[in-house]
Design a binder for this molecule. Sequence first.
Ligand SMILES: [Zn+2]
Length: 143
Amino acid sequence: MSGQCELCREDGGETVYRNDKLRVVLVDDANYPGFCRVIWNAHVSEMTDLPPADRSLLMRTVCQVESALREVLQPEKINLASLGNMVPHLHWHLIPRFRDDAHFPNPIWAQPARQTAADVLAARRALLPALRAAIARHAACED
Ligand SMILES: [Zn+2]
């Protein structure tokens, strides 16, 4: 079962933070610089498969990454999503959203509404080193 799961086999992106329970990865998506996932390391499919302390740990990390995204990218909105219909291995998507992004105000999984200007995307990509540092700093924090 877990041998066929891509999030058991692979990191699922560029790992920017990892501990024994979970990892934070940056997703390589040209339209969404800063798109992160918080992925539980063990193969479980639902939040309620975790004991309460682990649920809290996972949500605390989601909030830490959200704080880092807000601080560095200053998006219009953060989208949080846990779907897992395609890959039923517990993970949260954190997507910084902007009025000029490819799908705003719809979910990023909808039909594209526009093409974001290349220079705007380049400016957002230029913030990724600062985002990596902010995620590491927030994740090291106990609250
Ligand atoms: Zn898995």
